[in-house]
Write a protein that binds this ligand. Structure first.
Ligand code: AQP
Length: 345
């Protein structure tokens, strides 16, 4: 870990995922797998299920509740230990929403307007998008800065939001003449920082893509995984002898990257193994590897989901531990901004 870790702030990792639909392979390889690696690196790690972010686009309440528990199960099944990491859902720690309000008053409309996720998700009819979707990055900045997090592991698509978090921290520090918030760094590493759709190599794999065939869900069974890889869009050429040969072949490049990430090797090594082979040979090998890696995870998720009360207990315990870190930081923010706090607690 670099810069921010060298400052006065103790290294601390925070990241979150929205409980929207089932977790997909891109979330797993680009985020959750990295979260587990960071947990095992000895730094304090805080992982959140960002349910307040999820409702920036309408969610059926029953589905949201289920997706929140399923995401908790995915985290734990992937190796996240709720005793070593703090695992909780955002809405159980009201300080997130409180700090987000303060940041709404620090951040500028122009900053939000420039966010590519806002442009993508609001689409052509931005007038009809929720105010929450527009302010999404401000709540994300609050998630991170509420814990003085120094490092945020994310996929490539979230880089711009972490940069905005730094802008908000810097403006707050400047406007109030303090050195209170750290300059958080995004941690975007590995070969799977941008897993692409199986139907279109120019779009990222996404939980909310209307086409289920575009993604591998962590809940997919072995047959579904094999079928989705078999039907994945590719070209007719065999795999080249070097990575350079994949330059203008986004779909082929994507499958090679997925294989490398699942096998915990490099794309070069994958090319070394499959050079000259067609997709008729590569796709079944990829499907077998994915099934071998993901099936135990899906089975463990199913086992955990059979006891929702235990998941709720874990999330409640995590929320208490998160609030114990967050509240003094929020209290200090209220103090810095001039709010009178005379209520006895
Ligand atoms: N395709 C991807 N490749 C690598 N990383 C990815 N992430 C998302 N998609 C990919 C990373 O997963 C984390 C959680 O993301 P999120 O749920 O908070 O929102 P998102 O980035 O918008 O992910 P989705 O799957 O596209 O969700 P929906 O469809 O609900 O918006 C982040 O670290 C993200 O970078």
């Amino acid at each position: 870990m670099t810069d921010a870790a060298k400052s006065k702030f103790t290294p601390r990792v925070f990241s979150g995922i929205q409980p929207t639909n089932h977790l997909q392979l891109g979330n797993y390889l680009g985020a959750v797998k990295r979260f587990v690696e960071m947990q095992n690196s000895g730094v304090e790690t805080i992982y959140c299920i960002v349910d307040l972010h999820a409702i920036t686009v309408w969610q059926n309440p029953g589905d949201l509740r289920n997706a929140t528990r399923e995401l908790a199960a995915s985290y734990i099944a992937s190796g996240l230990d709720p005793k070593r990491s703090i695992l909780f859902n955002q809405s159980q720690v009201p300080a997130h929403a409180e700090l987000a309000w303060i940041f709404n008053c620090v951040a500028r409309m122009g900053w939000m307007n420039r966010m590519t996720q806002w442009k993508d998700k609001a689409g052509k009819d931005a007038e009809k998008a929720s105010l929450g979707l527009f302010a999404y990055p401000s709540l994300m900045a609050a998630d991170i800065l509420l814990y003085h997090a120094t490092h945020v592991p994310v996929g490539e698509d979230q880089k711009q939001h972490v940069e905005l978090t730094r802008d908000i921290a810097a403006k707050f520090n400047h406007d109030y003449g303090v050195d209170f918030f750290p300059m958080t760094e995004p941690v975007i590493e590995g070969v799977a920082t941008r897993v692409m759709s199986l139907r279109d190599g120019t779009r990222k794999m996404s939980k909310s893509d209307p086409s289920d065939a575009s993604r591998i869900n962590l809940t997919d069974d072995a047959d579904t995984i094999a079928q989705k890889f078999r039907k994945a869009r590719t070209d007719a050429e065999p795999l080249p002898a070097t990575l350079e040969g994949l330059k203008d072949r986004p779909e082929a490049r994507n499958l090679v990257n997925i294989y490398a990430a699942l096998a915990e090797t490099s794309p070069e090594a994958v090319i070394g193994e499959f050079a000259g082979k067609g997709f008729g040979a590569f796709k079944p090998a990829l499907a077998d590897l994915a099934v071998a890696k993901l099936s135990p995870l899906a089975a463990e998720m199913q086992r955990l989901m059979a006891d929702p009360a235990e998941i709720d207990r874990i999330l409640g315990d995590g929320a208490d531990r998160a609030a114990a870190i967050a509240q003094p930081i929020l209290d200090r923010v209220y103090d810095i901004t001039g709010m009178v706090r005379s209520r006895r607690r």
